[in-house]
Write a protein that binds this ligand. Sequence first.
Ligand code: MRU
Length: 376
Amino acid sequence: MDRGKGRQPNPVGIEASLVYHSGMRNALDLETVRLSDDGRSVIILDQTLLPGKAEYRELRTPEEIWTAIKNLQVRGAPAIGVAAACGVAAVMQQENGSFEEASRRFSAVKAYLETARPTAYNLFWALDRMEKVLKGQTDTAGLKKALIREAEAIRSEDIAISRSIGELGFSLLRHGDGILTHCNAGSLATAKYGTALAPVYIALEHGWNDIRVYCDETRPLLQGARLTAFEMQSAGIDTTLICDSMASYVMKKGLVDIVIVGCDRVAANGDAANKIGTSGVAVLAHHYGIPFFVAAPSSTIDMSISSGAEIPVEERSPEEVTEMWYSHRMAPEGVKVLNPAFDVTDSSLITGIITERGIAYPPFGEAFMEMLSGGM
Ligand code: MRU
């Protein structure tokens, strides 16, 4: 079990060592999310403070876990799933009543955490998987232990899955490639390694030092500027930050050989929801003839919906657009603001979807059936 024991600084309990300047460390060494050693709380790296500060938070109550997910202190589809799984396991450690009472408490906490964010399928997948643990149990003590085991398994599997995605994605890379990515689908968005950025980490392990990464800044919450640019630069990658509106410029100049993005939910036909702005990047890549890949664990595929039209898209507060990050408001008072957090890229624009089970190519429906039935 990897709980980061022996790592310095210890994220819990020693106030003075909670904060350090993130520029001093490779982001890959920062643990995104894990259970505390006693299993009674969840430890998350507060991503809202990056890249200036790497600071951990200890979450104990359902409300604290819900708020950390809602406010993007822990974010990125796989990391949200791991946080929810660890969260429900930790909260349940406080239960000492009958098995029936504990089961009712589990259902209430699960239903509550599911309301934190609507788009990332991994949140629902992870909580459903935790719920299955109840079936094999008859007493509260056994249930508590089994929930911890399952949450630890979800977390460690996420690390292994991300590495597999990285290795498969690496097979698509050529020396000297320029990779454009949107939002953050790196180590910080998962338990480790990431999805879209995992191939870059694998390339580094192979001694490749000629990969270039273009990071879209990703308005309005700047996950590309704050997180991806930090991750890639701190890993020693040739990293260039661009505003979202500059993607066409760098593509036209021939600087981008491949686009790789993460994903929050894939429909059965291959339509893929990711951070707002992704579908525009896909349209541009199509225009310039650049391959556009989506990288995601197979648990991101929602076979219950036939197309992306059914993916619920989160809408967030207007202030994220009008004033957040600015020293004063940058839009007229009272102006109408639209702030969808995600958009859906049409499957016709996607070259392939890299999962831990293989790379799916169109027609995606058939590829997913084969992949999920174990054929790939
Ligand atoms: O709002 P966020 O920061 O949670 O959005 C994250 C993304 O859009 C990621 O690209 C996606 O979750 C994939 S993470 C491997």
